[in-house]
Design a protein around this ligand. Structure first.
Ligand code: NDP
Ligand code: KPL
Length: 305
């Protein structure tokens, strides 16, 4: 199976690197600066699951290559307008696109762009970032990819992807209700990114602060109401499940959005919080979500000016 990983950042570099490490046929579509980095040093991962440094194949937009059987999309949401047209030449009649971005809004965009039949549902759990040298730093022990057909079926291509991921140094799970899983991750990350960025802190100090737990719980109620309104198969106890996950996080855990803010980079608040507000039922009160969206939009606007 020929795999194209679009972006070699914290997520793409990690999961693509783990596939390359197992000997899969992986190529990274990157921009020129990243290509030079990867050509001179190889792909470097520092991880509790095992460090690695390995040569990887790269192309830049416009290079002749492909088509690829599987395109794993791992850019930020705000890169998509620029990146999607550059992928088209590498997509053939039988190519499948597996996005690992957080959020939900990109799925409609991808279905419209490449055709609904090509798009799988996907998400990941990993806490990783690029250090100033372009090396991947993987923090907590999670490194899980979840993927599936939107109709829940175990198709031939799901079996092929299962083979691709098997024996690689990562966890991969084929889901029978991927839309529900995507929404649960979206609920979890919108609240976690929102709170950690609003308070500019990892999770532990927030949960130990005077009103932190109460604010977290209220925000999560707002977000779960939107999730239940939009995703009819959403678990009744999604709020409890998400709070259990939050309470089990390590003290120092940060969202990737906070790590990006700390580096002065753009953030995905439009894709996370802006989209949630647009999808909310008209009569739902969302003061905390609006506070987070407004606060982070001010940061975001300052990045552009
Ligand atoms: N990091 C994490 O812990 C997690 C992140 N996520 C989600 O995964 C997604 C990716 O996040 P993350 O990996 O952290 O982001 P990064 O910023 O680390 O990586 C994104 C990569 O996309 C590349 N890119 C952007 N535009 C193009 C282009 N036109 N062509 C080729 N490559 C391009 C960037 O390359 P360049 O170097 O050229 O800028 C960058 O390396 C986001 O939706 C995020 O929310 C989900 C779970 C965990
Ligand atoms: C919370 C975490 C690290 C879990 O994967 C995440 O998705 C993110 O910060 O983007």
């Amino acid at each position: 199976m020929r795999v194209l990983v679009v972006g070699a950042g914290a997520v793409g570099g990690y999961f693509g690197g783990r596939l390359a490490q197992k000997g899969a046929d992986v190529t990274f579509l990157v921009r020129e600066r990243r290509q030079k980095q990867l050509q001179s040093n190889g792909l470097i991962i520092h991880s509790v699951k095992g460090d690695t440094q390995l040569p990887v194949k790269t192309i830049v937009a416009g290079d002749t290559s492909g088509p690829y059987d599987l395109v794993i999309l791992t850019t930020k949401a705000y890169h998509l307008n620029e990146v999607l047209p550059t992928i088209t030449p590498y997509i053939g009649e039988n190519s499948t696109v597996l996005p690992l971005l957080n959020g939900i809004a990109h799925f409609d965009m991808l279905k419209e762009y490449y055709g609904e039949e090509r798009i799988l549902g996907g998400l990941c759990f990993i806490e990783s970032t690029l250090n100033p040298k372009g090396e991947i730093e993987h923090y907590s022990t999670h490194h899980r990819v979840i993927y599936g057909e939107f109709n829940g079926l175990k198709s031939e291509r799901i079996e092929q992807i299962e083979n691709l991921f098997s024996d690689a140094n990562l966890d991969a799970v084929a889901s029978e209700n991927i839309k529900n899983d995507i929404w649960k991750k979206y609920i979890f990350i919108s609240a976690m990114a929102g709170m950690t960025c609003l308070m500019r802190s990892s999770i532990g100090p927030i949960l130990q602060s005077p009103s932190g737990p109460e604010l977290y719980e209220r925000l999560l109620h707002e977000i779960c109401s939107i999730g239940k309104y939009q995703e009819k198969t959403m678990d009744e106890d999604v709020w409890e499940q998400t709070m259990d996950r939050v309470n089990s996080l390590s003290h120092g855990m940060k969202s990737s959005m906070l790590r990006d803010m700390e580096k002065g980079l753009p953030i995905e608040t439009e894709h996370f919080h802006g989209t949630l507000l647009r999808l909310a039922p008209k009569d739902l009160d969302t003061p905390l979500l609006q506070t987070i969206y407004s606060t982070l939009s001010i940061y975001q606007a300052a990045q552009k000016s």
